[in-house]
Design a protein around this ligand. Structure first.
Ligand SMILES: [Zn+2]
Length: 286
């Protein structure tokens, strides 16, 4: 029973503590009924390199406006650092898109690996700030222990959230005009072969699709649609403009890392078709 005076006070100051906290008005019953239409919020794992050393990577990822769920330093110990709880958003993906989803910070786990990226002698800004298409040799190799840690961590996360192989990607795959990490020397094929992580094409399928005539006959819209079918965001112009070549380069960094050029060619198309044959279909969008 609210006394007249107290009631009047509540009308004047509605947020002043008139809500009864001792006796809840309802309870959440989470056992009587359960829905079947549901899935994990985490859909994607995104791998990055930091382009700096241990110390600077820690500082950048713990004090600034960028972060990741996990950080793998270049050290001799067995540690993997958790910087953001998996239930929270880490700020690692930025403007991004893959497999029909955008704003991937909402639905992904981000892993940063300490690695210098492009060797210092090849870094330049001659391209007016646009993305440079560095060849394989320009990238710094990853430390073997780091790769083992990445493999173990990704295996665990992918299993817990039931993440489809295609959705284990690099930053370049989801932001091809802005990013090239984790670069050409990230061993995607090894992770697939040795740990069953991520997607990789079957060589037999690739050879099957290596027909010069089929490539010559393919129109630009058809090839772009094949990229879209796999999950890449690519524009629908009838030209291989810079933005489109950025997608080709990102794809090559991932699936043909020894020769990333940004130019569409027969082998790239054959690999793309082999991947689409193997990984057809999309995950849930309900
Ligand atoms: Zn990145």
């Amino acid at each position: 029973m609210v006394k007249p005076f107290a009631w009047a006070l509540c009308m004047i100051l509605p947020l002043s503590g008139c809500v009864a906290t001792s006796t809840p008005r309802y309870v959440i019953d989470s056992t009587s009924y359960q829905a079947t239409g549901k899935s994990q919020r985490i859909k994607t794992i995104v791998l990055h390199y930091t382009v700096s050393d241990n110390e600077r990577s820690i500082k950048t990822l713990t004090t600034g406006q960028v972060s990741a769920h996990y950080l793998i330093l270049e050290t001799r110990d067995d540690k993997i650092y958790s910087l953001v709880d998996e239930s929270e958003r880490a700020w690692h993906a930025g403007d991004s898109g893959f497999a029909g989803r955008t704003i991937l910070n909402d639905t992904s786990i981000g892993i940063e690996i300490v690695n210098a990226g492009i060797k210092p002698e090849y870094r330049n800004t001659l391209n007016n700030g646009a993305l440079d298409y560095h060849p394989y040799e320009h990238f710094v190799a990853f430390d073997e222990l780091q790769i083992k840690k990445v493999a173990e961590l990704v295996q665990d996360i992918a299993k817990r959230y039931d993440i489809p192989p295609k959705n284990i990607v690099g930053h370049a795959d989801i932001a091809p005009s802005r990013k090239i990490d984790p670069g050409a020397k990230f061993p995607w094929q090894r992770l697939y072969n040795e740990y069953g992580i991520g997607a990789w094409y079957d060589e037999f399928d690739k050879q099957y699709f290596m027909h010069p005539d089929a490539f010559a006959a393919a129109t630009i819209p058809e090839i772009k649609q094949a990229f879209r079918d796999y999950g890449y965001q690519i524009n629908d112009t009838d030209a291989w403009d810079k933005a489109s070549r950025d997608v080709v380069y990102a794809f090559q960094l991932h699936f043909r890392p020894q020769r990333p050029t940004g130019e569409m060619d027969l082998e790239t198309y054959a690999i793309l078709r082999a991947l689409n044959k193997k990984y057809a279909g999309r995950d849930d969008f309900y």
